[in-house]
Design a protein around this ligand. Structure first.
Ligand SMILES: Nc1ncnc2c1ncn2[C@@H]1O[C@H](COP(=O)(O)OP(=O)(O)O)[C@@H](O)[C@H]1O
Ligand SMILES: CC(C)(COP(=O)(O)O)[C@@H](O)C(=O)NCCC(=O)O
Ligand SMILES: [K+]
Length: 265
């Protein structure tokens, strides 16, 4: 079975693919000081709690945090007896290499997202990923990443507001509604004002950027949303064609398959 590891700046997701479906998804806070042994103790406990027979013998990694890759490689070598593929490294083949400025690196999560969206949802797409950063990844009809947009993430923005303004508390993001359940924009207390600014502010950001990308490309494009906050924001807009929670790990297993078919693993 294939272990897909998706490290974002906030969380790392481990998912096990049995060739037909994902049997499990486990999430741990991203921490570059975590050792291979620590990962394994945690994973082993979760593996022992599932009712599936999990037999991991292949691994693929995407990490937006370069420093964690060393310990994840050790984990795969030592405990699963396999050399992992690492997206973005030269020994991992890409079905559609990014078409960007020469010599620049693209976040591996963005390459993986665009390929997954292309394979699962069709041609000409925009992926919106509500992670630590809110990213927009544009895929051309071949599934290649051709560029995009990086905006501060929702939780980072909330944190920055709290840090920079003495009288503003830390609040959680939610859709602003009045006591009778109707949508509201005008907050009548500080928390409600912040929640409105973040929720409707991000809706405006997402809708505005998508319409500008479509205009620049001169065509209609499907929009696929992913990341933990995608279902929340879907409640405020009809701009998303689909929500695909597991988009990144699907991209990892698809890229692994591509390398297998090419005889690279
Ligand atoms: N269902 C959720 N509800 C509220 N916040 C969430 C949810 N899922 C993720 N988050 C928050 O969204 C941010 C991004 O999370 P995640 O998608 O794991 O980011 P990354 O992939 O960059 O590590 C984090 O601050 C996380 O706490
Ligand atoms: C934009 C990102 C910070 C998003 O990371 P995430 O929110 O998933 O943790 C990451 O993809 C990254 O560090 N990219 C490198 C620069 C680029 O993609 O152009
Ligand atoms: K991500």
């Amino acid at each position: 079975m294939l272990l897909c590891i998706d490290t974002g700046n906030t969380n790392t997701v481990f998912s096990v693919w049995d060739g037909e479906r994902f049997l499990s998804h486990w999430r741990i806070a991203t921490d570059h000081t975590r050792t291979a042994d620590e990962y394994y103790v945690w994973l082993e406990t979760l593996i022992s709690l599932t009712h599936f027979e999990l037999d991991i013998d292949r691994c693929i990694i995407s990490s937006t945090v370069p420093r964690v890759v060393f310990n994840l490689r050790v984990l795969c070598n030592r405990y699963f007896n396999t050399r992992p593929l690492v997206v973005g490294k030269p020994d991992c083949l890409l079905p559609a290499p990014p078409k960007v400025d020469a010599g620049v690196t693209v976040g591996p999560d963005r390459i993986v997202n665009t390929w997954a969206a292309h394979e699962r949802h069709g041609d000409d797409l925009i992926v919106v990923d509500f992670g630590t950063a809110t990213t927009f990844d544009v895929a051309d009809p071949t599934g290649a990443y051709i560029g995009g947009v990086i905006a501060p993430g929702v939780n980072l923005s909330l944190e920055a507001l709290h840090m920079g303004a003495a009288s503003l508390p830390h609040v959680d993001v939610t859709k602003p509604t009045s006591t009778n359940g109707t949508e509201t924009v005008i907050g009548t207390n500080t928390v409600a004002c912040i929640q409105s600014g973040i929720f409707w502010g991000y809706i405006g950001l997402v809708e505005g950027i998508i319409s500008r990308i479509r205009a620049e490309r001169g065509r209609d494009m499907k929009v696929i949303a992913t990341g933990g906050l995608a279902p929340l924001f879907e409640q405020g807009t009809d701009v998303f064609d689909s929500i695909d929670d597991d988009l990144t790990v699907h991209g990892l297993r698809l890229i692994y398959d591509y390398n297998k078919e090419a005889g690279n693993v």
